[in-house]
Design a protein around this ligand. Structure first.
Ligand code: HEC
Ligand code: HEC
Length: 186
């Protein structure tokens, strides 16, 4: 009898310990200050402080171009864009300097061939004009702020040649690896 009571007590004790351990595990679930890159609680923003950051202040013509993030990546905008945005239907100042016929005179990189091609219909865009899909430049090209990355990035781009660190050749290589069916019939 005594033995049974003793065994029962041990069982209850083990059960209790198990329950306590699991209970405390639940309490140590990740809190809302740990799940994101910001360490402030999600439900109370009173103590939230934004880090100060600045965009490049040098005007077009005085800034230094960034190396491309990877081969044929859209280049970052290296100059100030104050007064140039927003781009509207009737006012796209970016084109005023980046259209190929003016770009060289202001020292800007000309808009590449790909921007004059309508990929949706697989034909060149209307005579001399930029494809509608490329009109809103800042949809793909962004200025760079001096904010430190919150997560270290170990990505290192590999370029096929040195020139591609500052220039793209997208239209020349867009078909590489794709079989041209019109030419296989010979
Ligand atoms: C007054 C002329 C001018 C205007 C307007 C202008 N740019 Fe530029 N842009 C330049 C020049 C010049 C450079 C080369 C860097 C420099 O000298 O500042 C450049 C560089 C760039 C680059 C980097 C190109 C590369 O090869 O790395 C991008 C992207 C760019 N501009 C996008 C834009 C966009 C988008 C707009 C409109 C919001 C715009 N630019 C308006 C003159 C201009
Ligand atoms: C849909 C995304 C997209 C839009 C919109 C867009 N670009 Fe680009 N841009 C790219 C990509 C991707 C590249 C690099 C590959 C290439 O050359 O096509 C590029 C390359 C460039 C380059 C570098 C050319 C070179 O020879 O290295 C310039 C300058 C540029 N764009 C200017 C502009 C301007 C100005 C506009 C607005 C009129 C614009 N882009 C709109 C995606 C875009």
């Amino acid at each position: 009898m005594k033995m049974r009571v003793g065994m029962l007590a041990v069982l209850v004790l083990v059960g209790l310990l198990y329950a306590v351990k699991h209970h405390s595990k639940h309490e140590s679930l990740v809190s809302d200050t740990q799940i994101g890159l910001r360490k402030a609680p999600l439900e109370d923003e009173r103590d939230l402080r934004l880090h100060s950051y600045e965009y490049h202040k040098l005007p077009p013509g005085e800034s230094k171009r960034f190396e491309r993030a990877y081969e044929n990546a859209p280049p970052m905008i290296p100059h100030d864009v104050t007064g140039l945005l927003p781009i509207t239907k009737d006012n796209n100042q970016c084109l005023g300097c980046h259209m190929p016929d003016v770009a060289s005179t202001v020292g800007a990189t000309p808009v590449p061939k790909s921007h004059f091609f309508d990929f949706r219909h697989n034909r060149p865009a209307k005579e001399g004009s930029i494809s509608d899909a490329r009109f809103n430049c800042t949809q793909c090209h962004a200025p760079q702020a001096n904010a430190k990355p919150l997560v270290k990035n170990n990505f290192k781009p590999v370029f096929s040649n040195k020139a591609l660190e500052f220039r793209s050749d997208f239209m020349d290589v867009v078909d590489v690896g794709v079989k041209d069916l019109t030419k296989t019939k010979e």
